[in-house]
Design a binder for this molecule. Sequence first.
Ligand SMILES: [Zn+2]
Length: 236
Amino acid sequence: MNTKALIILRDFLDLFLPRTCAACNRALNPWEEEICQLCLMQLPISNYHMDHNNPVAQVFWGRVRLEQASTWFIYMRGSRFQNLLHRLKYEHRPRIGIAMGKNYGYQLKHSGIYEIPHLIIPVPLHPKRQRSRGYNQSEVISRGLSIALEIPVRLDILLRTVHTKTQTAKTRAERYQNVSGKFQVNNHEAIQNKHILLVDDVITTGATIEACAEELLKIEGTRLSVIGVAYASKRS
Ligand SMILES: [Zn+2]
């Protein structure tokens, strides 16, 4: 059976399985979306969007000029919230990404302080990796943010050109070398003088974001904000 047939079969079987919280595995109530109410209440949210000098913003200091940089929550290894990211990436549950994006999007929208950009661009995956995973996790997070913030997602602007090796266990400098120059921007006119929201799943060293940002900021009049769902400091 090919991958597509397997995905269709799995989606069909999902209809008959009880829906469970992607963090704690408890059965979900009908009104809960992928994450249960208790987990949402206990999630270590960062509130970084309330502080311009937050740890995620500091990651990019001296490297790339950003309007706003934040993540929804703070990643802690071994916590049940690690499941959210693992299942989104490796267990084919794109709806987790949409739910996370929506939750954070509504939080930003109602903060009264967040400047809502004009459009969203997810950090692209190489097409080969996207085919094997079935989707780009940053794109589904973007879809959720798009619903909450009521701004469009554009997939035709930032493209990944070369397959990069996995980034595990590399220093920041090595990671940057690994991704620098591997992105290209199409349809320049669509982002001229626009405020762009660049979206990734987890922000750690910021190397991938930096490489994307460099290309996007070459276009006249662009401004850039960055969002991830989780911030993982190198110690976590
Ligand atoms: Zn839960």
